[in-house]
Design a protein around this ligand. Structure first.
Ligand code: PD2
Ligand code: ZN
Length: 293
């Protein structure tokens, strides 16, 4: 083992230079034991207690960084509105939309006036006759199942199914700079008093056996836009427990959030709080990494 980098002229020089840090890491990676590295350092003139604490500090930091790199999946591109310069309003396809809140981590943006009240009413009218008890994706099989965590009723539209949907989908695509083709069909949910959607992540858990099948079509989900189709009298907010944020369900407004990896580190755990009075109607657009055909 070369001890050139470990050599030192005086005790005052016994701080870990970037070169020494790199040398320590290289020795560890090459399979040399800490004792061997320590010996090389003391042979080169390092005082043993200083060498030990330096080794400990450098190797602990190195291991932590490696663990992080090994554990976290790599980030992927995500939809993102253009909020450079902190505008209070942005143009989205055919409409000006207000920016009410923008949070970096998790990435959450609340928009005001995303849809007109008429559009909200029309979407509810188109969805109402097609409602059924909501099912969630069963990641064990890739199929769907009735889930007690989600006590709402819902339905899916086909992408571009009506003129109204085409317009709203084009608006979403322009707002968050993500292709219409990467979007799933809009889902409409109706919560009656007491109904809720317990906290969950919208991405598919890669560890679940059914996820591989789901991911073949369009890849992971990377972003969500929840659009509020009515104003709830009490309750029914969209909650982000990791940051104790609650978005009020106000007719025409929408909450956007994105997640650049299928991992809790995105802090995008979220839920629909129980509806306490009145009912709640939302439309959700999930966005995938690639074309969702
Ligand atoms: O209705 C909601 O507020 C809500 C909450 C959590 C909707 C969704 N998730 C969803 O559609 O993914
Ligand atoms: Zn969700």
């Amino acid at each position: 083992m070369s001890t050139q980098t470990a050599s030192t002229d005086s005790a005052s020089a016994q701080t870990a230079s970037p070169e020494l840090r790199q040398w320590i890491v290289e020795q560890a990676e090459a399979g040399h034991s800490p004792d061997t590295v320590l010996k090389a350092m003391t042979d080169a003139g390092w005082q043993e207690p200083v060498a030990i604490s330096t080794l400990e500090e450098v190797l602990t930091r190195h291991l932590a960084r490696r663990r992080e790199r090994d554990v976290l999946p790599p980030p992927t591109p995500v939809p993102e509105p253009d909020l450079a310069g902190s505008p209070s309003r942005v143009w989205a396809h055919d409409r000006e939309v207000q920016v009410l809140l923008s949070l970096r981590e998790p990435r959450v943006v609340v928009f005001g006036g995303f849809m007109t009240h008429e559009e909200c009413d029309q979407l509810v009218a188109q969805a109402r006759p097609r409602l059924a008890r909501s099912e969630t994706v069963d990641t064990a099989t890739g199929g769907s199942e009735v889930n007690e965590a989600r006590t709402s009723h819902g339905m899916f539209f086909q992408r571009g199914e009506s003129e109204l949907l085409k317009r709203i989908e084009a608006r979403i695509a322009a707002l968050v700079n993500w292709p219409v083709e990467n979007g799933e069909g809009v889902q409409v949910l109706n919560y009656r008093p007491g109904a809720e959607y317990k906290a969950h992540y919208d991405y598919f858990d890669p560890a679940q056996p059914g996820s591989a099948t789901i991911l073949k079509r369009g890849g992971q989900r990377v972003g969500t836009l929840v659009m509020y189709l009515n104003t709830v009298e009490r309750g029914g907010g969209t909650t982000f427990p990791d940051v104790q944020l609650e978005v009020a369900p106000v007719k025409g407004n929408a909450v956007f959030f994105s997640y650049d990896r299928a991992h809790p580190s995105t802090r995008t755990l979220h839920g629909g709080a129980p509806v306490l009075a009145g009912e709640k109607w939302v439309a959700t657009k999930w966005m995938r990494e690639r074309r969702f055909d």
